[in-house]
Write a protein that binds this ligand. Structure first.
Ligand code: RP5
Length: 164
């Protein structure tokens, strides 16, 4: 199976990014984690991206806060799908990171999830790998069915209590 790369701009992003580790573990998807910054270690970030495909990765998750150029900088140097997580780490509550991550110019896409949306970033990476992995696709389907059943059970409980 292809691996997922998770790059964060700083170790201060870890509390947010860790939520992605849990989801990838749950699905048995191998991943590798690094701290590379578009601004502080631009050469290492670039080199990782350039070599990511031949190093066995199928998708890259890049998390950064403030003037968050990491996902875009990674995307500029690979044709692997790149998922950006804008991290809420500034006085602007993550809106700065959201806009920096999502507003990519035509030709270099970054699939941007919600501010601090690490779990969805992991799920999207898994869905990308599942395009060519039936077993993973089945796990995703089972998980969606479980989530639906859980909501329907809550609906029944609320309905039984209030809808006389
Ligand atoms: C960004 O700046 C990082 O991704 C982090 O979210 C933010 C602050 O970094 P530190 O100053 O905490 O290292 O590049």
């Amino acid at each position: 199976m292809k691996k997922v790369a998770i790059i964060m701009g700083s170790d201060s992003d870890l509390p947010v990014v860790e939520k992605a580790f849990a989801v990838l573990d749950e699905y048995g998807v191998p991943f590798e984690v690094h701290v590379y910054s578009a601004h502080r270690t631009p050469i290492e970030a670039r080199d990782f991206a350039v070599n990511a495909r031949e190093n066995g990765f199928g998708a890259v998750i890049a998390a950064a806060g403030k003037a968050a150029h990491l996902a875009g900088a990674i995307a500029a140097n690979t044709t692997l799908p790149v998922i950006g997580i804008p991290v809420k780490s500034s006085t602007l509550d993550g809106l700065d990171a959201l806009l920096s991550t999502v507003q990519m110019p035509s030709g270099i896409p970054v699939a941007t999830v919600a501010i601090d949306g690490a779990a969805n970033a992991a799920l999207l990476a898994i869905q990308i790998l599942a395009v060519s992995d039936e077993e993973l696709a089945e796990k995703l389907k089972a998980s969606r069915e479980k989530a639906s059943a859980s909501v329907l059970a809550k609906d029944k409980a609320i309905s039984d209590k209030y809808n006389k």
